[in-house]
Design a protein around this ligand. Structure first.
Ligand code: JF5
Length: 245
């Protein structure tokens, strides 16, 4: 069981995406608990302000530290193994390895940044980890929080059925997936490769491994550089490189 607590000024933004398919089923099965919190509930002043003008001047508003600190004090477990994550474009770039690390936690508290930024004391004193989902700017951290919750949840034992789990295994190995086809065998003249309808399972396996290697070489050479290839895979890769000239 993993528990996510999301701190946001627009918690309703997350409701619909979390209420479908595997994430919905995992919550019903008690494998996963996702709790959405409105930071405004911890805003002290009569206007319930969660942002304010930056010290030193400049345009835009900055997310205040007090409401976030009070919200954390209320939702963060003091006994469980919990981690506080700030979603921000300034963080380390999210990947499958980080997802696996978070999947081992009892509780992940996610702070969704907003506006033109957050008070530096939120990063410095409250967040354990700052995570980005890529080099682009969003209107707020809510969509990034959804991406993180989705990628982490599917690694929690029991969330995926046996059938769905195979894709993650092949990506964890560091290679891209081989091409997949389903019926019909021909559509508008677009044919499924003969080997896949041959019924020769040894040949199919060789074809798939080679397609994965070829695809990774052509599209993501950076991934290939990071993994250990078997002697056979090295030979196959050399052949792919020659064919590529
Ligand atoms: C945000 C200050 C948070 O834009 C993002 C983001 C992009 N990649 N990963 C996260 O988060 C919203 C904007 C400004 C804090």
């Amino acid at each position: 069981m993993i528990r996510f607590d999301v701190l946001s000024i627009f918690p309703e933004m997350l409701i619909s995406p979390l209420s479908f398919s595997l994430l919905k089923k995992a919550q019903e099965k008690g494998l996963l608990s996702i709790n959405l919190h409105d930071i405004r509930n911890w805003a002290e002043d009569k206007h319930k302000m969660t942002d304010d003008a930056p010290y030193g001047g400049g345009c835009g508003m900055v997310m205040k530290v007090e409401p976030v600190e009070k919200a954390l004090a209320a939702v963060k477990s003091s006994t469980d193994d919990s981690l506080v994550v700030l979603m921000t474009p300034q963080g380390e770039t999210f990947n499958q390895k980080i997802a696996a690390e978070l999947a081992g936690k009892k509780q992940v508290v996610i702070i969704c940044g907003r506006y033109e930024g957050v008070d530096e004391r939120i990063r410095k004193h409250l967040a354990d980890r700052e995570i980005s989902i890529g080099d682009y700017i969003l209107t707020g951290g809510e969509l990034s929080a959804l991406v993180l919750i989705d990628a982490v949840s599917r690694l929690v034992p029991g969330v995926l059925g046996n059938e769905e789990s195979t894709v993650s295994e092949s990506f964890s190995r560091g290679l891209l997936e081989y091409p997949q086809y389903t019926r019909p065998a021909e559509y508008k003249g677009w044919k499924v490769p003969d080997v896949l309808v041959s019924g020769n399972h040894a040949e199919i396996e060789l074809w798939r491994k080679n397609e994965s290697l070829q695809r990774t070489y052509k599209r993501r050479p950076d991934l290939l550089a990071k993994i250990n290839l078997s002697p056979q895979e090295k030979k196959n890769l050399e052949k792919i490189k020659i064919e590529d000239i």
